[in-house]
Structure formats: structure tokens, C-alpha cells
Write a protein that binds this ligand. Structure first.
Ligand SMILES: Nc1ncnc2c1ncn2[C@@H]1O[C@H](COP(=O)(O)OP(=O)(O)OP(=O)(O)O)[C@@H](O)[C@H]1O
Ligand SMILES: [Mg+2]
Length: 392
């Protein structure tokens, strides 16, 4: 069973950890923000979040974890039930969306079908009563930036999905907002186009220095594009950090499984000494790991990345697990070996393409204790959480 399927919650476990310790007020600040739509459950709970000016921050998490609700509160489409949001030091609670000077891009481009590309992009300027000459100049510049200048006369229906999304992006940028919010903007595009648009958005971010808060549930998109990623779980931030932090030092089983590929071994903590612990694996065997918040005698999940496992002899004090080769997946630049342990759990081991082990062969899977992280057996994942179950 993987961590994300783990049985249910002492809810709130994933949200109880401290989030960003900020040195001063950020460009955007959420302070103890909560949102309940129905008075019984929280869609967002105890949200403390600080976004720096010019930052590309991504909200990443499973469906129903509160990403859109968070973005909508920042945009002004939803009001927090509790707590305060400030933008450039000013509370925005009473400001309607159009006075927040925020550009928005959604998954479904929401372009006006009866307007041309130029009219769509110029719309935010005409509602702000910018002169016709200024509108023409600014629309021209921004269409140039998204490489759509030659499509100005077309209507949205005459464009491809990627082109429509670039129009939506141009319309969000044309009034030079200091903050742009994007909610799964590339979700409707195929993989190749999505990857291309990721680069374009990143380039525009670098070129304009605009602050972007971006929502996705695609972890590779989050890792490629962001300065920092807030990993959402059950209406709260499970961990906030750079892509590198999240990948190499996840603080929970949930984050370890959600970011990148991971093997999860279930067991019980036998003893903790200093930074390390020994874990008795369910079904037999034991392993030494870094202790990340675990206590002696408690159930835990040990996470280890496929590229941190190998089949060479274990170093002194290293972990060694007997296994049988259960499958080989050749991927050109590397080989993924499936290794079945005595307890029947299958580990994925990432090896060089030259590795020769055959199916059925007996091997020893080894890894350094510092590459294994033992977490308390995790709370589940999901959406809104019951108010009465809320921990403090
Ligand atoms: N307008 C609404 N009324 C009532 N409940 C809502 C409303 N919008 C969202 N919710 C609930 O709030 C929780 C968080 O939803 P939200 O849309 O913020 O999740 P999300 O992380 O954006 O998910 P997805 O990845 O599916 O878009 C969910 O349980 C959802 O059912
Ligand atoms: Mg959403």
C-alpha cells in the first residue's frame, strides 16, 4: 500500500506542521486564513503563506485539497471565513476582484467567442478606459510577446488550444498587473504543447519579473517552473520549499510520495538513536533510516528513491535486503529493475542501462541509511475536512 492510499486520518496531521517562517511581510500574505463553504467542513484551514515579490510560487496537491479555493480568496472571488490576506501590506478583504489589479488565467480559457484576439486582449484595458491608441500599442506588444501578432483578427474558435491559451495569457498580462494567478492553465493541452507552454510562461515570468501564483496537480510541471512549491493536503500546506528541498528532504510520507518517484516500506520503529532509527519491516527484515518525527514503537513509512537503491554490496552500516528480480524495464538511458522482497513487496531500483540481472535472479538491494527517511504512518489525502475533527 502506498502512502497516498494509507488509511484514514487522524485528520489535520498533515496540516499541523509549521509552514513558512517569513522574515517580514511578503508581497502576498495569508495569515491564519480559513475557508468553510458549508459551516461544517474546511476547504482551507490554518493557511499561513508568504509570497515574495517576483516569485513563481506553485500550489501543488491532489484534487479537492484547497488549491483553487486559496487562489479564489486571493483573487477576491471568495471571502475567507477567518483570517486576513494582504497584498503589498494592505488587507484586501474588502476589495472587489477588479480593484486588486490581479491578472487571472484559468484552465478553460474563458475568451469572449464573439471578439477577435485583439479585442479579447484589449478588453481589460477598455474597461479601465485606456485610450484607443494606447490599447492598440499595448495589445500589439503583448501579442508579440506571446508570438500571436499575426492572429490579431481571428476569433478564438479559429485558433488551436495552445494559441487560445496564449491569448488568455496575453489578456492577463496586458494591464501590467503586479500579480498573476493561474489555475491549471495548461490542463487542457496535450503533453508536448503543455511542455512548450511551461517554457513560454517561465520565460515571460523572467522577462517581466511579475509575481506568479500557479496551481497545478502535475508535480513535474511544479518542479520545472517554480521557485518554491507549496504542497497542499486536506486544505493545508503539508510542506513549502524549493523543488530541491521537497525532493531531497520531504518532511512527511505524503510529500515523499507526491513529489517524484518513491518506494515506501511499512514497518514499526524499533529504536531511535540520534538522527537515525531502526525499523522492523512488516512481513520481515529490518532497515536503518533517518528518523523524521518518528517515535519508538510507532508505525512508520520508510521512503527511498529508486535512484538511491543499488545492487552492489552494502557499505559498512548500510542496509541490505534480499530480493528476487521480478521484472526489467529498459528505458534507453537507464533500466528499472523490479525487486521482490521476502515480504512480497516490490521495490523499483533505477540502474544504468548496462545492468544484466535476469528475471528470477537472487540479488541484494542495498542503500545508505541517510537515503532512507522514516516518517510517522501518514494521514490520508483528500479534500474538505470536518470542523469538529480539527486539531489545534
Ligand atoms: N463553491 C463551493 N461550494 C462548496 N464546496 C466547495 C466549493 N468549491 C470547492 N468546494 C470544496 O472545497 C474543497 C476544496 O476544493 P478546491 O476546488 O479548492 O480544490 P482543488 O485543490 O482546487 O481541487 P482540483 O485539483 O480538483 O481543482 C473540496 O472539498 C470542494 O468540494
Ligand atoms: Mg482546482
Amino acid at each position: 500500500m502506498s502512502a497516498s492510499q494509507a488509511a484514514a486520518p487522524a485528520h489535520g496531521a498533515a496540516t499541523a506542521r509549521p509552514v513558512l517562517a517569513s522574515a517580514g511581510p511578503g508581497f502576498v500574505e495569508f495569515a491564519e486564513v480559513e475557508k468553510s463553504y458549508d459551516g461544517r467542513t474546511f476547504a482551507v484551514t490554518r493557511m499561513n503563506l508568504s509570497v515574495a515579490r517576483g516569485e513563481f510560487l506553485t500550489l501543488l496537491g491532489p484534487s479537492g485539497s484547497g488549491k483553487t479555493t486559496t487562489l479564489n480568496m486571493l483573487a477576491g472571488f471568495e471571502r475567507p471565513t477567518h483570517g486576513t490576506i494582504t497584498l503589498e501590506g494592505q488587507p484586501v478583504d474588502r476589495l472587489p476582484p477588479y480593484q486588486r489589479n490581479i491578472g487571472m488565467v484559468f484552465q478553460n480559457y474563458a475568451l469572449f467567442p464573439h471578439m477577435t484576439v485583439e479585442e479579447n486582449v484589449g478588453f481589460p484595458l477598455s474597461v479601465r478606459q485606456v485610450s484607443k491608441a494606447d490599447i492598440a500599442a499595448r495589445v500589439g506588444r503583448v501579442l508579440d510577446m506571446v508570438r500571436l501578432k499575426q492572429f490579431g483578427d481571428r476569433r478564438p474558435a479559429q485558433l488551436s488550444g495552445g494559441q487560445q491559451q496564449r491569448v488568455a495569457l496575453a489578456r492577463a498580462l496586458v494591464f501590467q498587473p503586479s500579480l498573476v494567478l493561474m489555475d491549471e492553465p495548461l490542463g487542457a493541452l496535450d503533453k508536448k504543447l503543455r511542455e512548450h507552454m511551461q517554457l513560454e510562461i517561465k520565460q515571460i515570468h523572467t522577462m517581466l519579473g511579475v509575481t506568479i501564483v500557479y496551481v497545478t496537480h502535475d508535480q513535474s510541471e511544479a518542479l520545472t517552473m517554480s521557485d518554491r512549491v507549496a504542497v497542499f493536503n486536506q486544505g493545508g500546506i503539508a510542506q513549502l520549499g524549493s523543488p530541491d528541498d521537497l525532493y531531497n528532504t520531504p518532511q512527511s510520507s505524503f510529500v515523499a510520495s507526491f513529489i517524484g518517484e518513491n518506494n515506501t516500506l511499512e514497518g514499526v520503529v524499533d529504536r531511535v538513536s540520534g538522527e537515525q532509527c531502526r525499523v522492523q519491516l512488516n512481513g520481515g527484515g529490518e532497515i536503518a533510516a533517518l528518523a523524521v518525527g518518528v517515535t519508538q514503537g510507532s508505525p512508520c513509512h520508510v521512503a527511498v528513491r529508486p535512484e538511491r537503491l543499488n545492487l552492489s554490496a552494502a557499505a559498512d552500516g548500510g542496509n541490505a535486503l534480499a530480493a528476487t528480480v521480478d521484472g526489467r524495464i529498459y528505458l534507453g538511458d537507464h533500466l528499472r529493475l523490479l525487486a521482490r522482497l521476502a515480504n512480497d513487496q516490490v521495490l523499483t531500483v533505477k540502474l544504468g542501462p548496462e545492468a544484466t540481472m535476469a528475471n528470477g535472479e537472487t540479488v541484494t538491494v542495498s542503500c545508505a541509511p541517510n537515503d532512507c527517511r522514516a516518517f510517522p504512518a501518514d494521514a490520508g489525502t483528500g479534500g474538505a475536512i470536518p470542523k469538529q475533527g480539527k486539531t489545534t
